[in-house]
Design a protein around this ligand. Structure first.
Ligand SMILES: N[C@@H](CCC(=O)N[C@@H](CS)C(=O)NCC(=O)O)C(=O)O
Length: 224
């Protein structure tokens, strides 16, 4: 532990959220002690006081809340440098962060536009479906150029990029399968599925997954 960080941190959000689970897996893999608090997204004042966009996750620290999963990830890595979940080499570290940015900006965010219909019984316009189809094709083809899967997404060590890939990529596959009848992961990045399976076998990933399944009921009940 370093940089004035006391050991009391609380991850706030819910276990169905992919961004929440990205941070949770990083914390577990690093062996950082943390509490969890069930918080739903909202635009209520008390929520906005901690998370100005009303989003989850956010991290409660003794000094206040921190939002944005990637900012939280960087905070955790600086506060608890060991075991490192970024490569030591500066260039490789940048490449690792590049993978995370790529997955979130060019895959998760476009795929998210499909979630209302793919997962929540809503409707998405044909125009949106067309745009997302184009954007995801481009994002996946370009990701295929930079991934290693050897055996981890960036090479031979497990990093924060694996935490991000493991929570986000399955949603891209599931949402596209639902909306287009084609799983874009299988189509554009066939090596992703065996890779994701390997990550899923890690004990901490199993814990996150079990909590996600258990959390689904609480989430659905609270959403009603
Ligand atoms: N860029 C944010 C995205 C977080 C995010 O979109 N979380 C979802 C839950 S998975 C959320 O809070 N949605 C509610 C909203 O967008 O208002 C991060 O990395 O933390």
């Amino acid at each position: 532990m370093s940089n004035n960080v006391t050991n009391k941190i609380t991850l706030c959000g819910f276990a169905v959220s992919n961004y929440y689970n990205k941070v949770k897996l990083s914390l577990l893999e690093k062996g950082v002690a943390f509490d969890e608090a069930f918080v739903l997204t909202s635009q209520k004042d008390e929520m906005l006081a901690e998370s100005p966009m009303g989003k989850v996750p956010f991290l409660r620290t003794p000094q206040g809340a921190i939002t944005e999963s990637q900012v939280i990830t960087e905070y955790i890595e600086e506060a608890w440098p060991e075991p490192a979940l970024y490569p030591k080499d500066l260039f490789k570290r940048a490449q690792c962060r590049e993978l995370i940015e790529h997955i979130e900006l060019y895959l998760e965010l476009p795929a998210r536009r499909l979630y209302p219909e793919a997962f929540f019984g809503g409707k998405v316009s044909d125009e949106t479906k067309k745009e997302v189809e184009r954007d995801l094709g481009k994002g996946l083809k370009s990701l295929a150029r930079v991934v290693r899967f050897a055996p981890f997404i960036g090479g031979d060590s497990f990093t924060h990029a694996d935490c991000a890939a493991w929570v986000h990529l399955p949603l891209v596959g599931q949402a596209t399968k639902k909306i287009y009848g084609r799983d874009f992961l299988d189509e554009f990045l066939p090596a992703a599925k065996p890779y994701l399976k390997t990550i899923s076998e890690r004990p901490h990933a199993q814990k996150v997954n079990a909590d996600r399944k258990a959390g689904m009921e609480a989430f659905m009940a609270a959403k009603k």
